[in-house]
Design a protein around this ligand. Structure first.
Ligand SMILES: [Zn+2]
Length: 268
């Protein structure tokens, strides 16, 4: 039986409102025993904590403001996040970072929100859950000077190639791989990078309800991704790394426990 940790699932998303409990039951049955619920705004981080409170040891959360929402980020956001991060349910700050693909918030605002959350993560001694899209160079510029103050971090939903991977490993980050790796059209760069990820730096995530693996059969009619599909990502990654599935599973679980300090809160 697998004992996997989905390090990124947006379980507060309204597409789960009707059947969230069944989603968690299906995840557990598939061997996904622990899930880190992604916070993307002050409000969704509070909602994530409420989910965790009902399932201690099985659900954890991040508290942060996604770059899409950076335009709304101000000193009140920092205060609210700091207050939340005092709760042990929160195992990371984020997701935070830069997204120049969508540019939903002005880039200067994204940079300010990112810098503020890096500072907060250093202050509360929790790792950062990092989002980056089409902003690699500026992202590294922002992160590098802050890195020595941080206890750790993960480049969540890594989709880059070997060059970006190198830069992140140099910053001593963990690398979060999603079902993007199963996408024959878009995933070729990532598939070139996956075999180069050191096993002790690899994490697995679904990013549910997004990024349903394209090669999943049969596909759910809803096209909604769920944590129960994490073993599918695991299998693809293990094949690319030319490693046994069990070995990759154990490594990623140990990595998540280490980065997010979950050992104290083991699922029973
Ligand atoms: Zn993200």
């Amino acid at each position: 039986m697998l004992d996997l940790i989905d390090i990124g699932a947006n379980l507060t998303h309204d597409s789960f409102d009707a059947d969230r409990d069944q989603v968690l039951v299906r995840a557990a049955a598939a061997g996904v025993s622990r899930i880190i619920v992604t916070g993307t705004s002050v409000t969704s981080s509070i909602q994530a904590a409420a989910l965790c409170a009902a399932r201690p040891g099985a659900l954890f959360a991040t508290a942060g403001v996604h770059p899409h929402h950076a335009a709304d980020f101000d000193s009140h956001s920092t205060h609210a996040l700091r207050a939340q991060l005092g709760s042990p349910a929160f195992v990371a700050v984020g997701e935070c970072g830069l997204d120049f693909f969508r540019d939903y918030s002005p880039r200067a605002a994204q940079r300010r929100a990112f810098d503020a959350q890096l500072e907060l993560a250093a202050e509360v001694r929790k790792p950062v859950f990092l989002h980056q899209r089409d902003a690699h160079d500026e992202f590294v510029v922002a992160l590098k000077p802050a890195r020595t103050q941080l206890v750790g971090g993960v480049a969540h939903c890594f989709t880059g190639g070997p060059r970006e991977l190198d830069a992140y490993l140099e910053l001593d980050l963990y690398i979060g791989v999603t079902g993007w790796v199963c996408d024959e059209r878009r995933g070729s760069e990532l598939r070139a990078a996956v075999p180069l990820i050191p096993l002790e730096r690899l994490l697995l995530e679904t990013d549910a309800p997004y990024l349903l693996p394209r090669d999943l059969t049969p596909k759910p009619r809803s096209r909604r991704n769920e944590p129960q599909f994490l073993p599918h990502v695991l299998e693809r990654v293990a094949r690319l790394m030319n490693q046994p599935i069990d070995l990759v599973a154990q490594a990623t679980t140990a990595n998540a426990e280490r980065l997010f300090d979950l050992a104290r809160n083991r699922a029973t």
